[in-house]
Design a protein around this ligand. Structure first.
Ligand SMILES: [Zn+2]
Length: 225
């Protein structure tokens, strides 16, 4: 159902202004641009990954294959372009759950599909699925998540508070308070610069976490910033 996208697919559409490749590596001049860059690159693929509809980038949305609320991170491997309909329908489901949902809708009834979806949601809200950072084990996407001392993670001076949202901060804090662990892992470059979610990092620091779940992107380097 889904076309898998690998980072190699992006080599030709990298914006040399912010990034360049060298031996298949992506070099980033400003880590705070990373998410923006990845999202644009994914959208430029121009086709919904689920129904195959061809659309201009501005009409496409970004789907996290392993949803963010399930511990999915913003990396090339975990993002696909999707039309608004498919993205909305998939919601917080993983790919395998979404397949089950579509099968139920097709072969049984819409009601069965909805019952299935609410059972997934119930488990999710209990935090069960996030506890061990179960990241799409039934799919072929795996993120190597390791616990790193928070001191090991570097934050670029350029990583300002653009996009810092109080409601996001509150939501991450509440999640940590309720379940005792971060809502999703941090994402860092090979040389340990934070690439995503300054807000999440901030929550970890301010709550005195010594170690944080982290995904290291081996193919991304940040210049000395
Ligand atoms: Zn679609």
């Amino acid at each position: 159902m889904t076309m898998r996208i690998y980072k190699d697919d992006f080599v030709n559409i990298i914006n040399s202004h912010t990034c360049l490749t060298e031996d298949g590596k992506i070099v980033i001049f400003d880590p705070s641009d990373y998410v923006h860059f990845v999202r644009n690159a994914v959208k430029s693929l121009g086709r919904c990954s689920y129904c195959g509809k061809i659309l201009p980038p501005e009409k496409l949305t970004i789907d996290h294959i392993v949803p963010q609320t399930r511990g999915g991170v913003t990396t090339f491997e975990n993002l696909v372009p999707a039309c608004e309909h498919c993205n909305g329908e998939k919601g917080f489901l993983t790919i395998s759950e979404y397949k089950d949902y579509l099968w139920l809708k097709e072969n049984l009834t819409m009601r069965d599909a909805e019952i299935f979806m609410s059972s997934v949601e119930r488990n999710m809200l209990k935090g069960r699925l996030n506890k061990e950072y179960v990241l799409g084990r039934k799919e072929d996407i795996t993120f190597q998540i390791i616990y790193l001392p928070i001191d090991a993670i570097k934050v670029s001076k350029k990583f300002d508070y653009v996009g810092f949202s109080k409601s996001e901060y509150r939501s991450y804090s509440r999640y940590l308070y309720t379940y005792g662990f971060l809502k999703k892992p941090l994402v860092v470059s090979k040389n340990m610069y934070l690439l995503e979610s300054k807000t999440l990092y901030q929550v970890a620091v301010e709550n005195g976490l010594k170690e944080v779940p982290t995904v290291i992107l081996d193919y991304v380097y940040c210049t000395d910033v």
